[in-house]
Write a protein that binds this ligand. Structure first.
Ligand SMILES: [Zn+2]
Length: 361
């Protein structure tokens, strides 16, 4: 790869035009450090096999990026990020998925319960009520496709549209259940307990879920302090650095500078009602699978409430997060104590992720 690297971020930010640089510094704290080690002679062959050369590990450049608004922080190590990205769906995984066909989600009318307000049907999916609920309203968008990786922008748009209609039905049933959330845990690595393609929707009461409320408060304080919109500045900084990725009209998407885990993408749109937003998410997921070799992923839709509240949501767009959860063949979890309690450690370089997604257009 010849383009910019995440480990060069301090100098890339310094080189931005002054307004973009100011926005970058308002949002991000960026720092670099060097890790050093002294390997014994006996380890040299193993190090050469694993990392190419002994020199490569003697001095390791680490860049730490912290979003000052959300306090999401990420550590990137050049040694980890220099590895090539895996691509392509393996035959074994396709077989493993097909072997589970014939599950209850393959015949949702008999195999799954309905919600008290019935089912929502779309062109490519139908809803069910989740048996063991996270919240008072918790539904499943069951895809017609057993294999969740056979996705297209049109199918994903339908899954989200069906989920939204489910949220409106929940609101009609309980006017307090105004805070919607839509998520997709694709395959077991990403927390999906059932292989058959499905997303999940919840509707909660009182306030939005804490991570979404935290982002609303952070963005509001940022606007009050700097007189500039947080989400506009966030996109501006990523675009100026070359991290924007293809999106349909009126939608903004980028490879995150402070990803929660591997290859995180953020998509910002006006509303989940906007088909351009839904299709952009679908196109990025398709490219995730076919260009970036991602098989297990999480998707989360941060959406404002569906009816008026006391809090100020006027500046809050719909924010969608996509993240790679690693190879389904890997038994080691991709998160440990560092991610749960300190900061995210990420190997994939966002500049490389953005480049691959732009090329796959
Ligand atoms: Zn199935």
């Amino acid at each position: 790869m010849s383009g910019p690297k995440i480990t060069e971020l301090p100098s890339l930010v310094d080189a931005l035009p002054s307004d973009d640089r100011a926005a970058a510094r308002r949002i991000f704290d960026v720092a670099a450090t060097t890790g050093r080690l002294v390997p014994p002679e006996a380890m040299h062959p193993w190090i050469e096999r694993s990392f190419g050369s002994v020199e490569a590990v003697l001095e390791q450049r680490i860049v730490r990026v912290t979003n000052r608004v959300t306090l999401q922080g990420t550590l990137f190590n050049g040694l980890r990020s220099s590895r090539p990205l895996d691509t392509g769906v393996s035959v074994d995984l396709e077989r493993e998925i097909e072997a589970t066909a014939g599950d209850p989600f393959c015949r949702p009318e008999e195999g799954t319960p309905a919600d008290v307000f019935g089912r929502v049907r779309g062109e490519h999916s139908v809803t069910a009520s989740n048996v063991a609920k996270y919240d008072g309203f918790h539904g499943v968008v069951v895809f017609d496709d057993h294999n969740p990786l056979h996705l297209t922008p049109g199918k994903v748009s339908d899954y989200v549209a069906v989920g939204l209609e489910w949220c409106r039905r929940a609101l009609e049933t309980d006017p307090e259940a105004r805070y919607p959330f839509l998520m997709w845990n694709c395959l077991w690595r990403a927390g999906g307990s059932i292989i058959h393609g499905h997303a999940q929707v919840t509707a909660t009461r009182g306030t939005h879920y804490p991570k979404i409320e935290h982002l609303r408060r952070g963005a509001l304080s940022y606007g009050a302090e700097h007189g500039s919109g947080y989400f506009d500045d966030l996109y501006r900084v990523h675009e100026a650095l070359g991290l924007a990725v293809p999106a349909e009209s009126g939608v903004r998407a980028f490879a995150s500078l402070s990803p929660i885990k591997e290859k995180e993408l953020v998509v910002i749109g006006e509303s989940p009602e906007d088909e351009h937003l839904r299709r952009t998410v679908g196109a990025l997921l398709r490219d995730y699978v076919h260009s970036l070799g991602v098989h297990a992923f999480n998707v989360a839709f941060y959406m404002p409430p569906l009816s008026p509240t006391d809090e100020d949501w006027s500046e809050f767009p719909t924010v969608v997060h996509l993240v790679d959860r690693g190879s389904p063949a890997n038994r080691t979890s991709d998160i440990g104590a560092m991610e749960l309690y300190a900061a995210s450690v990420v190997a994939s370089d966002p500049f490389q992720v953005a480049e691959v997604l732009r090329d796959s257009l």
